[in-house]
Design a protein around this ligand. Structure first.
Ligand code: NDP
Ligand code: 2IT
Length: 450
């Protein structure tokens, strides 16, 4: 049995109740075997056994009160996965589906994503099964304060720096930051994605979506293609999806879809980003509201679709940008994309493609930008926010965007060069995994057996 198969079998047995974590482990480990065969020192140092195991997990009770005075209890977590390259860094997710397995998958991916950024940050993830939908501002504030009260002993600007993810945006980061400051008496960059008024970075809001499109631009250029007049599809309607649409417009493409968990919008004239921002960032409304404001757009409820299918992927496109959540492109969805001539899938969300979908992209030789490379723009600008906080300076939007552009180009080049080095030039998933793994593993070996 190969080294990777042995460790995967062990993970499958020990983490049997964490299917998405097992999926994320396999997605990385299965691409590493040729590299590990050529470099026996990694097995000799038990790197795989160590890298799949988080350095520390904290789980805590979060008790809070609704506006009506009801007492509520949620679970909070922080998975501090790997600190070989720098302080733990990664987002917080507030969504009713959150459990330890989901946060372990996200934290595991984050280790390699953060390595690819080249910015000296370790990997972590956290969050809660709290559902922010339908909650008032005051309830969100009390939840965030209760959450931070429990998280505070474990984080710090040189220890662990959380940020946003699903259900955690600027508003939540503001409340979390306020609580941290009052509990510690320290005004420091312990969270990223902050408001510009208290240490936030320009272009952090846009960074993940913009970065994803920059990554796709690099992939397209490798085949002499560009975005001019190309129809694109985008899923999700949150932070990543909105700024993915905005950058696509800026580069001359036409994004025609967005979606949320209840339905999809198809807008033949191209998604109107100002309207979408009004609906999602200002009104915190559902996408049916977008159609009220843009009667030319068409709404398809998610219930019209069979289980395992997603309406967005039936819309013919040149390039597809999944920006909602994990496993949102099934094998059947991928077949529909390919049948309609899609030439590029670039992942804004974390692990949005199922293993069946990834196999189809690679077999068919389309351009595939794997999440840990393509969506690394968000965490990269988070690190630029940490750098600005540490030196008490503020860079302009143009300066941050210029650095983001370079970072995405470097990540693409790293993944493409490594894919070529290991004999499979179109496989950026393998290239990204090997390149990131090599860096983290070498740092772990150099720091001794922990
Ligand atoms: P938001 O909370 O801003 O938006 C999430 C969007 O995805 C919403 O439209 C939401 O719809 C939809 N969605 C969430 N869960 C589900 C689900 N189970 N089924 C269907 N739709 C769902 O989050 P972000 O835009 O920040 O995050 C989107 C993705 O990008 C996630 O995978 C996240 O991990 C990843 N990511 C985010 C980064 C960031 O900087 N924010 C950085 C890198 C990756 P609804 O409102 O109906 O729930
Ligand atoms: O998945 C991710 O990379 C994020 N949610 C952003 C993490 C961060 O620290 O900015």
């Amino acid at each position: 049995m190969s080294y990777t198969s042995r460790v995967i079998a062990d993970v499958e047995q020990r983490c049997a109740s964490e299917p998405v974590f097992i999926q994320a482990c396999k997605e990385v480990l299965e691409t590493l075997q040729p590299f590990l065969d050529a470099n026996p020192k990694y097995e000799a140092n038990a790197i795989l056994e160590r890298i799949v195991e988080p350095e520390r997990i904290v789980q805590f009770r979060v008790s809070w009160t609704t506006d009506k005075g009801e007492l509520k209890v949620n679970r909070g977590y922080r998975v501090q996965y790997n600190s070989a390259l720098g302080p733990y860094k990664g987002g917080l997710r507030f969504h009713p589906s959150v459990n330890l397995g989901i946060l372990k998958f996200l934290g595991f991916e984050q280790i390699f994503k953060n390595a690819l950024s080249g910015l000296s940050i370790g990997g972590a993830k956290g969050g809660s099964d709290f559902d922010p939908k339908g909650r008032s501002d005051a309830e969100i504030m009390r939840f965030c304060q209760a959450f931070m009260t429990k998280l505070v002993p474990f984080i710090g600007m040189r220890t662990d720096v959380p940020a946003g993810d699903i259900g955690v945006g600027g508003r939540e980061i503001g409340y979390l930051y306020g609580a941290y400051k009052h509990l510690t008496n320290r005004y420091e960059g312990v969270l990223t994605g902050k408001n510009l008024l208290f240490g936030g970075s320009l272009a952090r809001t846009e960074a993940t979506g913009y970065g994803c499109v920059y990554f796709a631009e690099n992939m397209l250029a490798s085949r002499g293609l560009d975005f001019k007049d190309k129809v694109c599809t985008v899923s999700g309607a949150g932070n990543v999806a909105i700024y993915c649409c905005e950058k696509l417009h800026q580069l001359g493409a036409k994004p025609v879809t967005v979606s949320d968990s209840t339905g999809m919008v198809y807008d033949a004239d191209g998604i109107d980003v100002a309207v979408l921002r009004q609906v999602k960032e200002v009104e915190h409304a559902r996408l049916t509201r977008y159609v009220e404001l843009r009667p030319s757009a068409k709404y398809t409820p998610a219930t019209d679709y069979a289980a395992g299918r997603h309406a967005v992927w039936d819309v013919p496109c040149f390039a597809a940008f999944p920006c909602a959540t994990q496993n949102e492109i099934s094998g059947e969805d991928a077949k529909a994309l390919l049948a309609n001539g899609c030439q590029c899938v670039c992942e804004g969300a974390n692990m949005p493609s199922t293993p069946e979908a990834i196999a189809l992209y690679l077999e068919n030789g389309i351009l595939y930008g794997p999440a840990k490379a393509a969506n690394a723009g968000g965490v990269s600008v988070s690190q630029l926010e940490m750098a600005q906080n540490a030196s008490m300076v503020h860079w302009t939007f143009e300066e941050v965007d210029r650095q983001l552009h370079n970072i995405m180009k470097n990540i693409y080049t790293r993944a493409a060069t490594t894919a070529k080095e290991f004999g499979d030039p179109n496989n950026l998933l393998m290239g990204a995994n090997v390149s990131a793994f090599r860096e983290v593993a070498d740092a772990m070996i150099a720091q001794g057996m922990y």
